[in-house]
Design a protein around this ligand. Structure first.
Ligand code: ADP
Length: 254
């Protein structure tokens, strides 16, 4: 609330200064609010696996459960989850604070897409989904950071594979006058219409138990959206439950 911060003055220059000051104060307040929210979300997410680990360790210590390979595996699993969370959180806080180094250069997307397709195809087992690439004969270079594009695509294709048992995952590129679009289209489990507004929010997962089982942290898409925005683009999702999802982002033609 601008007026509350610096009172109106009869001197126009002072008013001007007051406006700039109030504007800065408001932005700082927003940054601080986001930081506080991030810390509180992080604390919550980290506490869950820690509580599980502590619980088992205490029971072991007072001999109320027997040590067994299964128990140790559970402990290892939760510890791994903590590791993954911390790794993802580091990336997320860098992206949110704007500390990620981004160097925009003209980038040819096709070789990046082909390399990623090969890499992922090698990882998918025989009964897994089929990966396909669909791009026009000529695609102009985009103004982007190739490492960050790779990070975006690894997240989107990784999710598509994770949430698709069989069928196809198509990576499609096309253009309009000023932008190049890339879609990652899967034929997987899909997302409920009421869940769609939340998919890019940090720590959000549909059907938590199942996603947690699949090892997700709910951070990938939050980072992905930030990375796209930092390169001047935008990302959207459309989906049909049980039919599949399409994530589409664009970047500017160089
Ligand atoms: P996670 O590490 O849980 O995959 P993300 O931020 O990448 O975190 O995704 C958030 C949630 O969005 C996932 O837990 C999942 O419920 C849903 N989701 C993401 N991608 C897909 C997809 N291709 N198909 C269906 N659901 C998806």
């Amino acid at each position: 609330n601008l007026e509350e911060r610096m009172p109106e003055s009869d001197i126009p220059e002072l008013n001007q200064l007051g406006m700039s000051f109030n504007y800065m104060a408001n932005s700082l307040e927003n940054v601080e609010k986001r930081r506080r929210e991030l810390v509180s979300d992080m604390t919550h997410e980290l506490r869950t696996p820690l509580t599980v680990v502590r619980g088992y360790l205490e029971e072991l210590a007072d001999n109320s459960i027997e040590p067994s390979p299964e128990l140790y595996l559970k402990l290892v699993k939760e510890t791994r989850r903590l590791e993954r969370l911390i790794q993802d959180l580091q990336e997320l806080s860098k992206a949110e604070a704007g500390y990620l180094s981004i160097t925009l250069r003209p980038i040819n997307l096709i070789p990046i897409l082909i390399a990623l397709l090969e890499k992922f195809s090698d990882q998918i087992l025989d009964e897994g989904p089929l990966l396909k690439l669909d791009y026009p004969k000529s695609l102009p270079p985009v103004l982007a950071d190739s490492d960050r594009i790779e990070q975006i695509l690894v997240n989107l294709i990784g999710n598509a594979i994770r949430y698709t048992e069989t069928g196809t995952i198509t990576i499609k590129a096309w253009r309009d006058r000023h932008r190049v679009f890339i879609s990652v289209i899967d034929t997987g489990i899909g997302i409920k219409p009421e869940d769609l507004p939340f998919v890019f929010e940090r720590f959000w997962r549909a059907d938590k138990s199942r996603s947690r089982y699949s090892g997700g942290t709910g951070i990938g898409l939050a980072i992905t959206r930030r990375l796209v925005e930092l390169q001047g683009g935008n990302i959207e999702v459309s989906s049909q439950l049980g039919k599949g999802s399409t994530f589409t982002f664009y970047l500017s033609v160089a």
